[in-house]
Write a protein that binds this ligand. Structure first.
Ligand code: COA
Length: 371
C-alpha cells in the first residue's frame, strides 16, 4: 500500500527541530519556539541550528561579523539583476541567483565540513541583499548597499526601503525570521535532503529547495493569504468569502497543516505580532480581517491557521510587497535547509523510496504496423 504524501514515513533522523502535531508544539534543538521567539535573535538561531548549541557572546560576534562581511553577492549577480527583474518573479530570481552563486563561492568545490559551513553562511548572508536589490531594480530605484552596523533583519528593511529602520519593526521582522527558520521534514527541506543524499552540492540542494518552497501549498501560501485578505477587504465580508470558497472546494490559504492537528505555535506568536503591529501602526484592519477569516474557517471546516496567515499581515504592515513574502520565507528557511544538508552529508544514505505500481502488467510488444 502506498502512503500518499508520505505522512507516516520517517525519512531521516535529525537533531535540528521537532514537532508535536497533536499538542501544537515546536522545538529547535530542544528549545521551545515561543521561548526562542521571545528571547533570541535570528543570528543566535542561525548558530543554534547549525551548531546545535546557543552561541557564547564571542561565537555570536564571530558569526555576525562573517555574515556582515558576506552580504554583498558577487558583482555578476548584480549585473544579472536588471534582466531578472524584468522577466522573472522574485522567487525565480532567488532560485536562479542561488544556483549561479555556485560559480563564485570562494570555497569552490571544497566539500570539507568547514567549507560547507562557510558556503551555508554565505548563502544566508546574501539572500536578503538579492531580494532587496531585485525590488529596488524592478521599481527603478537606486540600490542600497548593506549597512554593516545593522542586524540581518534591520539591514534587510534598510536595503528594501532605503530608510533607517524602526527598531521595533526590525525586532518584529527578526522574530518572523526565527519562526520561519526550520520545520522538520517539510517539502522543501526534504527536497534539499534528497538532493544532498546523492552527494550533489549545497547550491543544487538550495536551488531545489527554493523551487519546492515556491508552490502555494507550501511557502507560496503567505502571498496567497495576503491576496485573500485584500479580496475580503473588510472583516464583515470574511464569512461569505470563506463559505463561497469552501463551497467551490477551494483552499483557504494559511490554514491547515500536514502535521499540526491544532493551532500552529508559530501562528499564535504571529497573531499577537499582527495585532500589536496593527495597533502601533494604527492599522487594525489586517488583524481584524485575518481573525474574521480564522473564525469562519474554524467554524466551517475545523481548520486552524498555520504560520503563513498572520505572517502575511505582519509583512504587509512592514511595507513588504506581497510577492516578496515567499522569498522572505526562503531567506529565513535557508538556515534550516543548509543545516539539514550538512546533517545529511554527515550521515548519508541515498534517499530512494519505493512506489506502488498500478499500471497494466504482462503485455507483449506489438509491432508498429499492427497497432
Ligand atoms: C497544508 C496542506 C497542504 C496540508 O494538506 P493535507 O495534509 O493534505 O491536509 P489534510 O489531510 O489535513 O486535509 C484534510 C481535509 O481538509 C481539507 N483542507 C486542508 N487544508 C485546507 C484549507 N486550507 N482550505 C480548505 N480545505 C482544506 C483538505 O482538502 C481535506 O479535505 P477532504 O477530506 O474533503 O479532501 C493543506 O492544509 C493546504 O493546502 N493548506 C493551504 C495552503 C497553506 O496554507 N499551506 C501552508 C502550509 S504551512
Amino acid at each position: 500500500m502506498s502512503d500518499k504524501g508520505l505522512r507516516d514515513v520517517i525519512a531521516a533522523q535529525t537533531s535540528i527541530s521537532d514537532i508535536d502535531g497533536t499538542a501544537g508544539r515546536l522545538w529547535y534543538v530542544g528549545y521551545e519556539i515561543e521561548d526562542l521567539a521571545r528571547n533570541a535573535s535570528f543570528e543566535e538561531i542561525i548558530y543554534l541550528l547549525h551548531n546545535l548549541e546557543l552561541p557564547t557572546r564571542a561565537e555570536l560576534e564571530d558569526l555576525s561579523r562573517f555574515l556582515v562581511r558576506e552580504r554583498e553577492p558577487h558583482p555578476f549577480l548584480a549585473r544579472m539583476m536588471p534582466t531578472l527583474a524584468q522577466n522573472t518573479s522574485p522567487m525565480s530570481m532567488l532560485r536562479t541567483s542561488v544556483s549561479a552563486s555556485s560559480a563564485f563561492d570562494p570555497d569552490g568545490w571544497d566539500e570539507s565540513p568547514e567549507a560547507e559551513y562557510r558556503k551555508a553562511m554565505r548563502l544566508i548572508a546574501e539572500a536578503p541583499t538579492l531580494i532587496a536589490t531585485f525590488d529596488r531594480v524592478r521599481t527603478g530605484r537606486e540600490v542600497i548597499p548593506p549597512d554593516p552596523g545593522l542586524s540581518h533583519a534591520a539591514n534587510f528593511l534598510w536595503m528594501l526601503h532605503g530608510q533607517e529602520p524602526d527598531p521595533e519593526d526590525a525586532g518584529v521582522l527578526d522574530t518572523t525570521f526565527i519562526l520561519y527558520a526550520d520545520h522538520t521534514m517539510n517539502a522543501s527541506t526534504f527536497t534539499a535532503r534528497i538532493i544532498a543524499s546523492t552527494l550533489s552540492d549545497t547550491f543544487s540542494a538550495m536551488t531545489g529547495a527554493i523551487g519546492a518552497l515556491k508552490g502555494p501549498l507550501h511557502g507560496g501560501a503567505n502571498e496567497e493569504a495576503q491576496k485573500m485578505a485584500e479580496e475580503v477587504g473588510k472583516p464583515e465580508n470574511a464569512e461569505a468569502y470563506v463559505r463561497d470558497r469552501l463551497a467551490r472546494k477551494e483552499k483557504i490559504f494559511g490554514f491547515g497543516h500536514a502535521v499540526y492537528k491544532t493551532m500552529d505555535p508559530r501562528a499564535t506568536v504571529l497573531k499577537q505580532l499582527c495585532r500589536e503591529l496593527g495597533e502601533r501602526r494604527k492599522q487594525p484592519k489586517w488583524y481584524e480581517i485575518f481573525s474574521a477569516i480564522e473564525e469562519t474557517t474554524f467554524e466551517q471546516k475545523g481548520l486552524y491557521p498555520n504560520v503563513d496567515l498572520y505572517a502575511a499581515g505582519v509583512y504587509h504592515m512592514l511595507g513588504i510587497p506581497t510577492d516578496l513574502m515567499t522569498p522572505i520565507f526562503a531567506l529565513a528557511r535557508m538556515v534550516g535547509w543548509t543545516a539539514h544538508v550538512r546533517e545529511q552529508y554527515a550521515d548519508n544514505r541515498i534517499i530512494r523510496p519505493g512506489s506502488e505500481y498500478i499500471g497494466p502488467r504482462d503485455r507483449t510488444y506489438v509491432p508498429l504496423d499492427e497497432r
